[in-house]
Design a protein around this ligand. Structure first.
Ligand code: SF4
Length: 232
């Protein structure tokens, strides 16, 4: 199958009852600013070209962000922060993302998440994470031939990503290295896989950006390093 086929299949997934209910419930109660808009209210596929050299792995779509617009990181404050930084390093055609049809293009980058439906309080349960994991695994498998670097956003993204990379064929170091902003791992090439650089970054959530824990300069610097590692 192709990545486009995988995305079509993903959008029909109803495997997590609590998240199916939540994605529909938030759509039925739009924020005042979004009243009158039709929410996507389905699983949100990864965004970016099928031959991306760099993947950015977040946590899950936001109820009034990706769950509304149907595109990863599109239409919320975290996404505004991320796309501005991607644009600053030349990986996005424009600094803002408003909806699925805004014409934004990513260059060599695919933005995705280990959980594809918006969870209550942005917190998927361990069971939901396990249930959704094969989708990310399949996505990375399909990106495999072009993929050279991955950025994990936040400790949760890091913890979700490493086992998926292990399943996808890269040998993981033991013990697993702890998450940190700027932590970088090199997973060596194997028979079927080329060498992969894995970088940790603080998540561009408002909790981090409002407090200055993650500044745009920090994110730009990290994405520039990731782009270089990916040969972009
Ligand atoms: Fe399916 Fe993942 Fe959504 Fe669960 S979170 S319903 S596994 S797409």
């Amino acid at each position: 199958g192709s990545l486009a086929e995988l995305d079509t299949e993903l959008v029909r997934c109803r495997a997590c009852p609590r998240l199916v209910a939540w994605r529909e419930e938030t759509a039925a109660q739009p924020r005042a600013a979004f009243r009158g808009q039709e929410y996507w209210a389905r699983p949100v596929p990864g965004f970016g070209p099928a031959d991306a050299a760099l993947a950015i792995v977040g946590l899950a779509p936001a109820a009034h962000g990706g769950n509304r617009t149907g595109r990863m990181f599109t239409g919320d404050a975290s996404g505004d922060f991320l796309f501005a930084a991607l644009h600053a390093v030349g990986l996005a055609s424009r600094p803002t993302a408003t909806d699925r049809d805004d014409g934004l293009e990513l260059y060599g980058v695919r933005v995705t998440a280990p959980v594809h439906c918006a969870p209550p309080e942005n917190r998927p349960t361990p069971a939901e994470r396990r249930t959704c994991r094969p989708w990310l695994s399949a996505e990375l498998q399909l990106l495999g031939p072009s993929l050279r670097a991955v950025v994990a956003l936040g400790a949760v993204g890091w913890q979700a990503l490493l086992p998926v990379l292990g399943e996808t064929g890269w040998p993981l170091p033991r013990p697993r290295p702890a998450f940190g902003h700027g932590v970088r791992l090199t997973l060596p090439a194997t028979g079927q896989r080329r060498e992969l650089q894995v970088l940790g970054s603080y998540h561009p959530s408002q909790r981090n950006t409002f407090t200055g824990r993650l500044t745009s300069d920090m994110l730009i610097e990290l994405l520039a390093e990731a782009a270089e590692a990916a040969g972009l």
